[in-house]
Design a protein around this ligand. Structure first.
Ligand code: S3P
Length: 422
Protein backbone atom coordinates (compact mmCIF):
# COMPACT_ATOMS: atom_id res chain seq x y z
CA UNK A 1 0.00 0.00 0.00
CA UNK A 2 1.25 3.48 -0.88
CA UNK A 3 1.12 5.80 2.12
CA UNK A 4 -0.72 8.90 0.98
CA UNK A 5 0.84 12.11 2.26
CA UNK A 6 -1.20 14.80 3.92
CA UNK A 7 -0.48 18.48 4.37
CA UNK A 8 -1.87 19.90 7.56
CA UNK A 9 -4.28 17.82 9.61
CA UNK A 10 -7.23 19.47 11.30
CA UNK A 11 -10.36 18.26 12.97
CA UNK A 12 -11.85 16.07 15.62
CA UNK A 13 -11.38 12.39 16.12
CA UNK A 14 -12.66 9.73 18.50
CA UNK A 15 -10.34 6.75 18.69
CA UNK A 16 -11.72 3.23 19.35
CA UNK A 17 -12.00 1.75 22.81
CA UNK A 18 -9.08 0.82 25.03
CA UNK A 19 -7.72 -2.63 24.21
CA UNK A 20 -6.61 -3.51 27.75
CA UNK A 21 -9.92 -2.48 29.31
CA UNK A 22 -11.96 -4.23 26.58
CA UNK A 23 -10.17 -7.55 27.21
CA UNK A 24 -10.63 -7.27 30.96
CA UNK A 25 -14.31 -6.30 30.69
CA UNK A 26 -15.07 -9.50 28.76
CA UNK A 27 -12.96 -11.74 30.98
CA UNK A 28 -14.17 -10.37 34.30
CA UNK A 29 -17.72 -10.09 32.95
CA UNK A 30 -17.58 -13.82 32.12
CA UNK A 31 -16.46 -14.58 35.69
CA UNK A 32 -19.08 -12.33 37.32
CA UNK A 33 -22.46 -13.55 38.49
CA UNK A 34 -24.86 -12.06 35.94
CA UNK A 35 -24.91 -9.66 33.01
CA UNK A 36 -22.19 -7.11 32.17
CA UNK A 37 -22.95 -4.40 29.61
CA UNK A 38 -19.86 -3.00 27.93
CA UNK A 39 -20.03 0.10 25.76
CA UNK A 40 -17.20 1.50 23.66
CA UNK A 41 -15.75 -2.02 23.28
CA UNK A 42 -12.79 -2.27 20.89
CA UNK A 43 -13.81 -4.57 18.05
CA UNK A 44 -10.19 -5.22 17.15
CA UNK A 45 -8.96 -8.71 16.32
CA UNK A 46 -7.26 -9.15 19.72
CA UNK A 47 -10.37 -8.44 21.78
CA UNK A 48 -12.48 -10.55 19.42
CA UNK A 49 -10.07 -13.42 20.18
CA UNK A 50 -10.89 -12.99 23.87
CA UNK A 51 -14.62 -13.15 23.08
CA UNK A 52 -14.11 -16.32 20.99
CA UNK A 53 -12.20 -18.03 23.81
CA UNK A 54 -14.89 -17.30 26.39
CA UNK A 55 -17.66 -18.37 24.02
CA UNK A 56 -15.77 -21.64 23.62
CA UNK A 57 -16.01 -22.02 27.41
CA UNK A 58 -19.79 -21.70 27.41
CA UNK A 59 -20.18 -17.95 27.96
CA UNK A 60 -22.95 -16.29 25.99
CA UNK A 61 -21.65 -12.98 24.57
CA UNK A 62 -23.63 -10.67 22.27
CA UNK A 63 -21.87 -8.08 20.13
CA UNK A 64 -23.79 -5.18 18.62
CA UNK A 65 -21.43 -2.54 17.20
CA UNK A 66 -19.30 -1.44 20.12
CA UNK A 67 -21.84 -2.65 22.68
CA UNK A 68 -21.12 -6.03 24.14
CA UNK A 69 -23.25 -8.00 26.60
CA UNK A 70 -21.55 -10.74 28.58
CA UNK A 71 -23.71 -13.27 30.41
CA UNK A 72 -21.35 -14.16 33.22
CA UNK A 73 -21.65 -17.53 34.95
CA UNK A 74 -19.57 -16.82 38.03
CA UNK A 75 -16.00 -17.69 38.95
CA UNK A 76 -16.80 -21.40 38.77
CA UNK A 77 -19.08 -21.32 35.73
CA UNK A 78 -16.64 -21.84 32.84
CA UNK A 79 -16.95 -25.09 30.87
CA UNK A 80 -14.12 -27.13 29.46
CA UNK A 81 -13.67 -26.06 25.81
CA UNK A 82 -14.10 -28.80 23.21
CA UNK A 83 -11.08 -27.66 21.21
CA UNK A 84 -7.78 -25.92 21.72
CA UNK A 85 -8.37 -22.20 22.51
CA UNK A 86 -6.97 -19.91 19.80
CA UNK A 87 -5.78 -16.46 20.91
CA UNK A 88 -4.66 -15.13 17.50
CA UNK A 89 -2.06 -12.35 17.86
CA UNK A 90 -3.09 -11.44 21.41
CA UNK A 91 -0.53 -11.65 24.20
CA UNK A 92 -3.04 -10.22 26.67
CA UNK A 93 -5.60 -12.95 25.91
CA UNK A 94 -2.99 -15.70 26.15
CA UNK A 95 -1.34 -14.60 29.38
CA UNK A 96 -4.48 -13.56 31.24
CA UNK A 97 -6.15 -16.85 30.29
CA UNK A 98 -3.25 -18.73 31.88
CA UNK A 99 -4.10 -17.03 35.18
CA UNK A 100 -7.80 -17.85 34.92
CA UNK A 101 -7.41 -21.41 33.64
CA UNK A 102 -4.67 -22.56 36.01
CA UNK A 103 -7.22 -22.94 38.83
CA UNK A 104 -10.13 -24.48 36.89
CA UNK A 105 -11.37 -28.03 37.50
CA UNK A 106 -10.50 -29.00 33.87
CA UNK A 107 -7.55 -28.98 31.47
CA UNK A 108 -7.15 -26.61 28.52
CA UNK A 109 -4.85 -26.13 25.57
CA UNK A 110 -4.04 -22.67 24.20
CA UNK A 111 -2.27 -21.53 21.08
CA UNK A 112 -2.10 -18.48 18.84
CA UNK A 113 -0.58 -17.24 15.58
CA UNK A 114 3.09 -17.44 14.57
CA UNK A 115 3.97 -14.28 16.55
CA UNK A 116 2.26 -15.55 19.74
CA UNK A 117 4.11 -18.87 19.46
CA UNK A 118 7.40 -16.93 19.69
CA UNK A 119 6.43 -14.81 22.70
CA UNK A 120 7.65 -15.89 26.14
CA UNK A 121 4.98 -17.46 28.34
CA UNK A 122 7.45 -18.64 31.02
CA UNK A 123 7.01 -15.20 32.62
CA UNK A 124 3.47 -16.28 33.60
CA UNK A 125 3.79 -20.06 33.81
CA UNK A 126 6.76 -19.96 36.21
CA UNK A 127 5.22 -17.72 38.89
CA UNK A 128 1.90 -19.54 38.46
CA UNK A 129 3.75 -22.80 39.19
CA UNK A 130 4.68 -21.30 42.59
CA UNK A 131 0.92 -21.21 43.28
CA UNK A 132 0.57 -24.90 42.41
CA UNK A 133 -0.30 -24.44 38.72
CA UNK A 134 0.75 -27.03 36.17
CA UNK A 135 1.31 -25.59 32.72
CA UNK A 136 3.33 -27.47 30.13
CA UNK A 137 5.65 -25.51 27.82
CA UNK A 138 7.03 -21.99 27.95
CA UNK A 139 5.82 -21.16 24.45
CA UNK A 140 2.44 -21.83 22.83
CA UNK A 141 0.87 -24.32 22.44
CA UNK A 142 0.43 -24.49 26.21
CA UNK A 143 -1.26 -27.33 28.03
CA UNK A 144 -2.85 -26.24 31.30
CA UNK A 145 -3.73 -28.91 33.88
CA UNK A 146 -6.35 -27.28 36.09
CA UNK A 147 -5.21 -27.56 39.73
CA UNK A 148 -6.14 -26.34 43.18
CA UNK A 149 -3.99 -23.25 43.75
CA UNK A 150 -2.54 -21.68 46.87
CA UNK A 151 -1.47 -18.10 47.51
CA UNK A 152 2.12 -16.88 47.48
CA UNK A 153 4.23 -13.79 47.94
CA UNK A 154 6.02 -12.94 44.70
CA UNK A 155 8.53 -10.31 43.62
CA UNK A 156 7.97 -9.68 39.94
CA UNK A 157 11.01 -9.88 37.69
CA UNK A 158 9.51 -7.95 34.75
CA UNK A 159 7.41 -4.79 34.71
CA UNK A 160 4.39 -6.32 33.01
CA UNK A 161 0.69 -5.75 33.54
CA UNK A 162 -0.04 -9.00 31.76
CA UNK A 163 2.04 -11.01 34.23
CA UNK A 164 0.64 -9.08 37.19
CA UNK A 165 -2.93 -9.62 35.99
CA UNK A 166 -2.43 -13.35 35.37
CA UNK A 167 -1.26 -13.71 38.97
CA UNK A 168 -4.11 -11.60 40.35
CA UNK A 169 -6.65 -13.67 38.43
CA UNK A 170 -5.12 -16.91 39.69
CA UNK A 171 -5.20 -15.37 43.18
CA UNK A 172 -9.01 -15.18 42.99
CA UNK A 173 -9.01 -19.01 42.99
CA UNK A 174 -6.10 -19.61 45.41
CA UNK A 175 -6.39 -20.63 49.07
CA UNK A 176 -4.72 -17.97 51.22
CA UNK A 177 -3.34 -14.58 50.24
CA UNK A 178 -1.57 -13.84 46.98
CA UNK A 179 0.81 -10.92 47.41
CA UNK A 180 2.52 -9.46 44.36
CA UNK A 181 5.26 -6.82 44.44
CA UNK A 182 5.70 -4.95 41.15
CA UNK A 183 9.07 -3.56 40.02
CA UNK A 184 7.46 -0.49 38.51
CA UNK A 185 3.82 0.48 38.46
CA UNK A 186 2.13 -0.93 35.35
CA UNK A 187 -1.41 -0.38 34.07
CA UNK A 188 -3.92 -1.04 36.85
CA UNK A 189 -7.19 -1.60 34.97
CA UNK A 190 -7.55 -5.09 36.46
CA UNK A 191 -7.21 -3.82 40.01
CA UNK A 192 -9.76 -1.03 39.39
CA UNK A 193 -12.30 -3.31 37.72
CA UNK A 194 -11.95 -6.16 40.21
CA UNK A 195 -12.30 -3.80 43.18
CA UNK A 196 -15.45 -2.32 41.64
CA UNK A 197 -16.80 -5.89 41.26
CA UNK A 198 -16.26 -6.60 44.95
CA UNK A 199 -13.13 -8.78 44.83
CA UNK A 200 -11.07 -8.99 47.97
CA UNK A 201 -8.12 -6.95 46.67
CA UNK A 202 -5.97 -4.17 48.09
CA UNK A 203 -3.26 -2.07 46.50
CA UNK A 204 -0.53 -0.35 48.48
CA UNK A 205 2.03 1.35 46.24
CA UNK A 206 3.71 -1.39 44.24
CA UNK A 207 2.10 -4.21 46.29
CA UNK A 208 -1.15 -5.92 45.42
CA UNK A 209 -2.85 -8.37 47.76
CA UNK A 210 -5.70 -10.56 46.54
CA UNK A 211 -7.64 -13.23 48.42
CA UNK A 212 -9.81 -16.09 47.28
CA UNK A 213 -13.07 -14.61 46.06
CA UNK A 214 -16.42 -16.40 45.84
CA UNK A 215 -18.37 -13.90 43.80
CA UNK A 216 -17.84 -10.98 41.43
CA UNK A 217 -20.71 -8.54 41.01
CA UNK A 218 -21.19 -7.38 37.40
CA UNK A 219 -20.54 -3.69 36.69
CA UNK A 220 -21.40 -1.81 33.53
CA UNK A 221 -18.17 -0.85 31.76
CA UNK A 222 -17.77 2.33 29.70
CA UNK A 223 -14.54 1.75 27.78
CA UNK A 224 -12.71 5.04 27.11
CA UNK A 225 -10.76 5.68 23.89
CA UNK A 226 -7.38 3.96 23.86
CA UNK A 227 -4.52 6.36 24.61
CA UNK A 228 -2.25 3.92 22.76
CA UNK A 229 -4.33 4.61 19.62
CA UNK A 230 -4.64 8.34 20.34
CA UNK A 231 -0.83 8.36 20.51
CA UNK A 232 -0.57 8.19 16.70
CA UNK A 233 -2.63 11.36 16.35
CA UNK A 234 -0.83 13.11 19.20
CA UNK A 235 2.44 12.63 17.33
CA UNK A 236 0.94 13.36 13.90
CA UNK A 237 -0.55 16.65 15.12
CA UNK A 238 2.68 17.67 16.84
CA UNK A 239 5.05 17.00 13.94
CA UNK A 240 2.91 18.14 11.01
CA UNK A 241 2.95 21.87 10.24
CA UNK A 242 -0.37 23.71 10.17
CA UNK A 243 -2.21 21.13 12.26
CA UNK A 244 -4.65 21.00 15.14
CA UNK A 245 -6.47 17.86 16.24
CA UNK A 246 -9.02 17.41 19.02
CA UNK A 247 -8.99 13.80 20.22
CA UNK A 248 -12.12 13.10 22.22
CA UNK A 249 -12.80 10.70 25.09
CA UNK A 250 -9.27 9.42 25.69
CA UNK A 251 -8.53 7.24 28.73
CA UNK A 252 -5.95 9.08 30.85
CA UNK A 253 -5.40 6.62 33.68
CA UNK A 254 -2.05 7.79 35.17
CA UNK A 255 -0.55 4.33 34.58
CA UNK A 256 -0.98 4.97 30.83
CA UNK A 257 -0.11 8.64 30.33
CA UNK A 258 3.65 8.40 29.88
CA UNK A 259 3.28 9.68 26.32
CA UNK A 260 1.64 12.88 27.56
CA UNK A 261 4.53 13.48 29.96
CA UNK A 262 7.09 12.81 27.23
CA UNK A 263 5.42 15.00 24.61
CA UNK A 264 5.12 17.80 27.17
CA UNK A 265 8.79 17.35 27.95
CA UNK A 266 9.61 17.57 24.23
CA UNK A 267 7.79 20.91 23.99
CA UNK A 268 4.49 19.81 22.43
CA UNK A 269 1.64 22.30 22.20
CA UNK A 270 -0.95 20.08 23.89
CA UNK A 271 -3.90 20.62 26.22
CA UNK A 272 -6.05 18.22 28.23
CA UNK A 273 -9.60 19.51 28.57
CA UNK A 274 -12.88 18.26 29.97
CA UNK A 275 -11.15 15.91 32.43
CA UNK A 276 -13.65 13.56 34.04
CA UNK A 277 -14.13 10.01 35.33
CA UNK A 278 -16.20 7.40 33.47
CA UNK A 279 -16.96 4.08 35.19
CA UNK A 280 -13.90 4.42 37.44
CA UNK A 281 -11.40 5.36 34.72
CA UNK A 282 -10.07 8.93 34.18
CA UNK A 283 -10.95 10.38 30.76
CA UNK A 284 -10.17 13.65 28.94
CA UNK A 285 -10.27 15.30 25.52
CA UNK A 286 -6.85 16.25 24.19
CA UNK A 287 -5.95 19.08 21.81
CA UNK A 288 -2.65 18.79 19.97
CA UNK A 289 -1.22 21.47 17.69
CA UNK A 290 1.86 21.70 15.44
CA UNK A 291 4.83 21.93 17.76
CA UNK A 292 8.53 22.61 17.74
CA UNK A 293 9.81 19.48 19.46
CA UNK A 294 13.20 18.88 21.01
CA UNK A 295 14.95 15.66 22.03
CA UNK A 296 14.58 14.07 25.46
CA UNK A 297 15.66 11.14 27.64
CA UNK A 298 13.15 8.41 28.42
CA UNK A 299 13.86 5.63 30.94
CA UNK A 300 13.08 4.18 34.39
CA UNK A 301 9.63 4.18 35.95
CA UNK A 302 7.97 5.89 32.99
CA UNK A 303 8.65 2.95 30.64
CA UNK A 304 5.66 0.73 31.60
CA UNK A 305 3.47 3.87 31.33
CA UNK A 306 4.29 4.24 27.63
CA UNK A 307 5.64 0.87 26.54
CA UNK A 308 3.24 0.47 23.59
CA UNK A 309 3.78 4.07 22.47
CA UNK A 310 7.56 3.84 22.05
CA UNK A 311 7.54 3.22 18.27
CA UNK A 312 5.47 6.36 17.70
CA UNK A 313 7.47 8.31 20.29
CA UNK A 314 10.56 7.32 18.28
CA UNK A 315 8.76 8.81 15.26
CA UNK A 316 8.29 12.09 17.14
CA UNK A 317 11.98 12.03 18.07
CA UNK A 318 12.96 11.90 14.38
CA UNK A 319 11.38 15.34 13.90
CA UNK A 320 12.64 16.78 17.19
CA UNK A 321 15.77 18.94 17.31
CA UNK A 322 18.63 17.13 19.02
CA UNK A 323 19.05 13.68 20.49
CA UNK A 324 16.46 11.41 22.11
CA UNK A 325 17.64 8.49 24.23
CA UNK A 326 15.26 5.63 25.08
CA UNK A 327 16.57 3.23 27.73
CA UNK A 328 15.24 0.52 30.10
CA UNK A 329 12.90 -0.60 27.30
CA UNK A 330 14.16 -4.17 26.78
CA UNK A 331 10.52 -5.34 27.01
CA UNK A 332 10.12 -3.99 23.46
CA UNK A 333 12.04 -7.04 22.26
CA UNK A 334 9.18 -9.39 23.25
CA UNK A 335 6.23 -7.50 21.80
CA UNK A 336 4.38 -8.50 18.60
CA UNK A 337 7.83 -8.23 17.01
CA UNK A 338 11.19 -7.07 18.37
CA UNK A 339 10.23 -3.40 18.29
CA UNK A 340 13.74 -2.11 18.96
CA UNK A 341 15.14 -3.96 15.95
CA UNK A 342 12.08 -3.22 13.78
CA UNK A 343 12.14 0.55 14.48
CA UNK A 344 15.88 0.81 13.94
CA UNK A 345 15.82 -1.20 10.68
CA UNK A 346 12.86 0.63 9.16
CA UNK A 347 13.96 4.10 10.27
CA UNK A 348 17.45 3.49 8.90
CA UNK A 349 15.89 2.94 5.44
CA UNK A 350 14.83 6.63 5.46
CA UNK A 351 18.31 7.91 6.23
CA UNK A 352 17.46 8.52 9.90
CA UNK A 353 20.43 8.68 12.27
CA UNK A 354 19.36 6.00 14.80
CA UNK A 355 21.35 3.51 16.88
CA UNK A 356 20.14 0.31 18.49
CA UNK A 357 21.17 -0.23 22.12
CA UNK A 358 20.67 -3.21 24.45
CA UNK A 359 17.63 -1.72 26.07
CA UNK A 360 16.39 0.91 23.64
CA UNK A 361 17.64 3.29 20.99
CA UNK A 362 19.27 6.67 20.38
CA UNK A 363 17.78 8.96 17.74
CA UNK A 364 19.51 12.07 16.39
CA UNK A 365 16.56 14.06 15.13
CA UNK A 366 15.80 17.21 13.20
CA UNK A 367 17.35 16.12 9.91
CA UNK A 368 15.58 15.62 6.55
CA UNK A 369 14.44 12.06 5.79
CA UNK A 370 13.33 10.28 2.63
CA UNK A 371 10.53 7.78 1.95
CA UNK A 372 11.06 4.01 1.82
CA UNK A 373 9.34 0.67 1.26
CA UNK A 374 8.50 -0.28 4.81
CA UNK A 375 8.01 -3.68 6.38
CA UNK A 376 5.59 -3.90 9.33
CA UNK A 377 6.61 -7.37 10.61
CA UNK A 378 2.86 -7.98 10.99
CA UNK A 379 2.91 -5.56 13.93
CA UNK A 380 -0.04 -3.16 14.14
CA UNK A 381 1.85 -0.47 16.05
CA UNK A 382 4.76 -0.58 13.62
CA UNK A 383 2.37 -0.10 10.68
CA UNK A 384 0.70 2.95 12.23
CA UNK A 385 3.99 4.51 13.40
CA UNK A 386 5.50 4.11 9.92
CA UNK A 387 2.41 5.69 8.31
CA UNK A 388 3.02 8.76 10.50
CA UNK A 389 6.76 8.78 9.84
CA UNK A 390 6.14 8.73 6.06
CA UNK A 391 4.13 11.95 6.25
CA UNK A 392 7.20 14.16 6.58
CA UNK A 393 9.54 12.10 4.39
CA UNK A 394 10.74 13.40 1.04
CA UNK A 395 9.27 11.18 -1.74
CA UNK A 396 6.94 8.19 -1.66
CA UNK A 397 6.67 5.39 0.93
CA UNK A 398 4.86 2.06 0.96
CA UNK A 399 3.77 -0.41 3.66
CA UNK A 400 3.97 -4.12 2.88
CA UNK A 401 0.98 -4.88 5.12
CA UNK A 402 -1.66 -2.47 6.29
CA UNK A 403 -4.16 -5.14 7.39
CA UNK A 404 -2.31 -5.78 10.65
CA UNK A 405 -3.83 -2.56 12.10
CA UNK A 406 -6.99 -4.64 12.61
CA UNK A 407 -5.44 -5.99 15.80
CA UNK A 408 -6.00 -2.76 17.73
CA UNK A 409 -7.40 -0.13 15.33
CA UNK A 410 -9.38 -1.52 12.38
CA UNK A 411 -10.48 1.96 11.14
CA UNK A 412 -7.05 3.58 11.50
CA UNK A 413 -6.49 4.51 7.86
CA UNK A 414 -10.03 5.92 7.45
CA UNK A 415 -9.61 8.09 10.54
CA UNK A 416 -6.09 9.08 9.51
CA UNK A 417 -6.86 10.21 5.96
CA UNK A 418 -10.17 11.66 7.12
CA UNK A 419 -8.23 14.34 9.01
CA UNK A 420 -6.72 16.01 5.96
CA UNK A 421 -7.88 19.56 5.21
CA UNK A 422 -10.98 19.21 7.37
C1 S3P B 1 -1.11 -5.03 28.28
C2 S3P B 1 0.11 -4.92 28.87
C3 S3P B 1 1.35 -4.60 28.15
C4 S3P B 1 1.05 -4.03 26.77
C5 S3P B 1 -0.01 -4.78 26.05
C6 S3P B 1 -1.31 -4.78 26.85
C7 S3P B 1 -2.27 -5.39 29.10
O1 S3P B 1 2.10 -5.77 27.98
O2 S3P B 1 2.23 -4.00 26.00
O3 S3P B 1 -0.27 -4.19 24.78
O4 S3P B 1 -3.42 -5.21 28.65
O5 S3P B 1 -2.06 -5.83 30.24
P1 S3P B 1 3.13 -6.25 29.13
O6 S3P B 1 2.35 -6.50 30.34
O7 S3P B 1 3.74 -7.52 28.61
O8 S3P B 1 4.11 -5.12 29.25
Amino acid sequence: MEIKKMRGVRGEITVPGDKSISHRAVMLGALADGVTHISGFLKGADCLSTIDCFRAMGIDIEVDGDNVTVHGKGLYGLEKPEKMLYTGNSGTTTRLLCGILAGQPFDTDITGDASICKRPMGRVTKPLALMGAEIENEYCPLHIHGKKLHGMEYNMTVASAQVKTALILAGLYAEGDTIIHEIEKSRDHTELMLSAMGADLTVDGLTIKVCKTEKLTPQDVLVPGDISSAAFFLVLGAIMPDSEILIKNVGVNPTRTGIIDVLNDMGADMELINERTAAGEPVADIIIRSSKLHGTEIGGAIIPRLIDELPVIATAAVFAEGTTVIRDAQELKVKETNRIRAVVDEFTKCGIDIEETDDGMIIHGGKPIHGADFVTYGDHRMAMSLAILAQLAEGASTLNDSKCVEVSYPTFFDDFYGLENN
